[in-house]
Design a protein around this ligand. Sequence first.
Ligand code: ADP
Ligand code: K
Ligand code: ZN
Length: 428
Amino acid sequence: MFWQKEIETASRKDLQNFQLKNLNETIERAKKSKIYSKQLKDVRTLTDVKQLQNLPFTQKQDLRDGFPYGFLAADLSDVIRMHSSSGTTGNPTVVFHTKKDLDAWSNISARCMFTAGARKTDIFQNTMGYGLFTGGLGFHYGAEKLGMMVIPIGPGNSQRQIWFMKNFQVSAVHILPSYAVRLYHAMKDAGVNPKTDLNLKIFFIGAEPHTEELRREIEGLYGVKAFNSYGLSEVSGPGIAFECQEQNGMHIWEDYVIPEIIDPETLEVLPDGKEGELVLTTISREAMPVIRYRTRDLTKIISEPCPCGRTHRRIARIKGRTDDMMIINGVNIFPVQIEKTIMGIPEASKNYIIEITKKNYMDKLNIKIEINPETFGGTLEGLENLKSKLKIKLKEETGVSPDISFVDRGALPVSEGKVKRVYDLRDK
Ligand code: ADP
Ligand code: K
Ligand code: ZN
């Protein structure tokens, strides 16, 4: 049932004591870095975890400003790996790991996959990107620690993915939700029925925002259970929070990080149950501890006990990043709201993009969706009906009336990494 029963089911009081001890150690450790040595200079030993609220935040820009070694709190000779996030604008953020850091991260990833039901008898195909991106290597080592046989295939080349799944009777897969949808189409085209020709049981899906509706769709297409997986490179990578068998929020491992939720405007700490920005403090990292890192991810903490028996609190499905929010003529919209609506329309495939343009000082939302040839009858009239149906639903959900165009399957841009849904074409 549990990977580490004692820690996973520890009493809240024991967990808090553990956190306090490790938080104090982390602060002392962090003071060895150039940046935190100044910022935390006057911080004395905390006597209560709540005092964390008095410490300054760390933002993505701080990490960039500290490039490359400003946050390094270990001897460079003890560092054995680095990772980095994409860094399309300016310096990328880089993260360093000692041996101990990598062991802890592998353990936490193994705990996640075990929690979702993976066992050493499983054959595991890892379709996430290997290399600087944390998705591949992070779960690779976790899966080995758990004892699964790992197929380190990496992303792309759907025919090859299917070939391995078939020949090795793969049972567990780590995959982006957007790629899971495309891979299914590739199976259809190749005449492979995942439910009867393959041995798939568990998917770990994450790394990008997606709706509950899309998860259920993926489960239905493949006949698997799909578990939501959350993480970010600044705090190591995948493995930070994961769903248990209940599939109702992700347990955030509180012996690994301390989570807080803040109001992104006022920066005030919010109580459990209130939605806001997730802030994370690492409490087991050596090479590069981060204190109160502002993830920009919007969620809430669920503190009600989980029937699975784990005492670590849960976070709700991520609604999006604060910077994903689109403002259309003054109305705030998140891409997941659009996805939710599209998921309710069977004739629409689950591949879509959102374009924002500006004409005569007015913002315009254009949604391009691939048509689903299996459920769409193919008449022009049908297409027009579909458009108006979707337009009304989208207006209800978001308050904005978009333009909709349907395109052929496969017509939208494809990326090997995380899907890019939103194209903002307005002049900045
Ligand atoms: P990048 O910023 O380049 O995407 P990461 O690979 O570290 O860098 O991505 C981490 C981010 O991915 C998170 O901050 C979050 O926005 C998103 N993310 C990760 N897992 C999930 C998930 N399960 N649901 C929604 N978003 C997720
Ligand atoms: K094995
Ligand atoms: Zn649970």
